[in-house]
Design a binder for this molecule. Structure first.
Ligand code: ATP
Ligand code: MG
Length: 503
């Protein structure tokens, strides 16, 4: 019986005796062993009483077992809901309750706080630890039932993936088997993944980047991965010689560039580095090319849509852009107020349509109606523009738009000017409550290593470059910008920190 996603991604592992996962200290897990684990876990889910359509919430460290649970959920038709390992028990409670999960898997170190969460919401609780052990694995081993993947197709749900919560409360994006498979197929083709690839995987697997973009591409192409528990300089340096490709968030690349041992010789054999989840500074792109000879391929996507655009594998990879719409993805720029398409070159709302676009937010019909149009276009909340060659640039997020004295200010425009100033590493422009202007433009800057930044001098030198209403009314110098695990700058944290500046 067919199960679209399982058949494409996991079934081929059954016949594979070569490594699928390369772990620390030279250990490997073959395709066959991983596949057995997937089916054992699927049988355990069924034995626990989960039926197709039920939800499984998991807050577990990255491990082969945690990844196998994704496969097990796909095989059993159970909707997979991986949760950020940084969430507190209260936060987990929201997701378990909101999703109506029937089973919660968590680390035994957190059992004391997670078990009551499960009890309260009527979910079962099992442990899954960083080394793969725990009550769930024991149960699966004892049960050892045979399992036949359930029959599922394109429109059946595969996951509720919660968004990162950068702009507000996380929303559960309902993703179907068809959403995931269509995107994986496109990315394998566009980025030329084959069975010879070894992907250096240092991303978390509770987010679309590490779980779907990275893992699905490797599974579909028949390649393998260096499956690192997390990103550390040491583990990445030692895995790079065996890898052919790496997917990262921008902070991976800035951290590698800070490391003198990271040099051209170490990565000469690599064929691809990709970046996404947050903007890659053009400066990082250039510095990386200078150091290694490789041009990082930047792409753009989101939880709700998987990947939307990508710089080309062959052809011009343009720093500061997220490339061209992927095959099958329609992308347009519209007036945020009217929804009308804007002339080429103008900045506006990025809207996308295609087989990659999700089915809506779980139990949020109003939010779904606001963001997902009847004609299938999804209103991303990202402001962007398309140049004459079709390359898309992201100008910022609509929620970060500053309205000061009635004028619209896009932070990115100002950040780019500030970032060019001598001694500036990076910056974040935010709006702060202001009694006269509604919001005032303010800027938080990080100096380059060893540079001393004088806020007044900086203010004076950028003043000539922009209209008066765009000029920052306050400049704060800090050592680092607050970022979440995906490297996204948390502007909400900055707005909170400095909210009383003009009050
Ligand atoms: P929430 O929707 O809960 O506020 P979030 O949008 O940060 O959180 P994700 O789905 O993880 O949650 O992230 C998608 C967003 O990440 C995109 O909408 C976009 O703003 C940003 N993004 C992804 N790739 C890039 C990129 N290459 N350059 C700039 N921004 C990017
Ligand atoms: Mg979002």
């Amino acid at each position: 019986m067919p199960n679209l996603l399982y058949d494409a991604l996991f079934s081929p592992l059954a016949e594979r005796d070569t490594p699928f996962l390369h772990l620390a200290q030279g250990q490997t897990i073959s395709g066959r062993t991983f596949h057995d684990l997937v089916l054992h876990f699927a049988a355990a889910l069924q034995a626990i009483g989960l039926a197709p359509g039920d939800r499984l919430a998991m807050q577990a460290a990255k491990s082969p077992e945690a990844l196998a649970l994704y496969g097990a959920a796909v095989a059993a038709g159970v909707v997979f809901l991986p949760l950020n390992t940084a969430y507190t028990a209260d936060e987990v409670a929201y997701f378990v309750e909101n999703s109506g999960a029937r089973l919660l898997l968590g680390d035994s170190a957190n059992a004391a706080t997670l078990q009551p969460v499960a009890q309260r919401t009527g979910a079962r609780f099992h442990t899954l630890d960083a080394d793969g052990s725990g009550s769930f694995s024991s149960f699966a081993q004892e049960a050892k039932h045979r399992f036949t993947p359930v029959d599922l197709g394109e429109d059946d749900l595969a996951a509720f993936l919660y968004t990162s919560g950068t702009t507000g409360r996380s929303k559960g994006a309902m993703l179907t088997q068809g959403n995931l498979l269509s995107n994986a197929e496109v990315l394998v083709r566009e980025w030329r993944f084959t069975a010879d690839d070894v992907l250096l995987h240092a991303l978390p697997i509770f987010h679309t980047h590490g779980l779907f973009v990275a893992s699905n591409v490797v599974l579909l192409s028949g390649g393998s991965m260096n499956f690192l528990p997390s990103f550390t300089i040491e583990s990445v340096l030692s895995a790079l010689p065996q890898a052919t490709s790496m997917m990262g968030v921008p902070t991976f690349y800035t951290r590698l560039l800070d490391e003198p041992r990271f040099d051209r010789a170490l990565v000469q054999h690599m064929r691809l580095f990709t970046s996404g989840s947050a903007p890659l500074l053009a400066e990082t792109h250039t510095a990386f090319e200078k150091r290694t000879g490789h041009k990082i391929l930047e792409r753009y996507g989101m939880t709700e849509t998987n990947m939307n655009t990508s710089n080309p594998y062959e052809g011009d990879r343009r720093p500061g852009t997220v490339g061209l719409p992927l095959p099958g993805v329609e992308l347009k720029i519209t007036d945020p107020a009217t929804g009308e398409a804007l002339p080429q070159g103008e900045a506006g709302m990025i809207e996308v349509r295609g087989p990659n676009v999700f089915k809506g937010y779980w139990q949020m019909p109003e939010k779904t109606r606001e963001e997902l149009r009847d004609d299938g276009f999804f209103i991303t909340g990202d402001i962007g523009q398309i140049d004459a060659d079709g390359y898309v640039s992201i100008v910022g997020r609509q929620k970060d738009l500053i309205i000061t004295g009635g004028y619209n200010v896009y932070p990115k425009e100002i950040e780019l000017i500030i970032d060019e100033q001598p001694g500036v590493l990076e910056s974040a422009v935010i709006g702060l409550p202001h009694p006269d202007f509604g919001e005032a433009v303010a800027c938080v800057v990080v100096p380059e290593k060893g540079a001393a930044l004088d806020p007044d001098a900086l203010g004076a030198s950028i003043r000539t470059r922009m209209a008066r209403f765009k000029q920052p009314k306050a400049i704060f110098v800090v050592d680092a910008l607050p970022r979440n695990t995906m490297g996204k700058v948390q502007k909400n944290v900055l707005r909170e920190t400095y909210k009383a500046q003009f009050a």
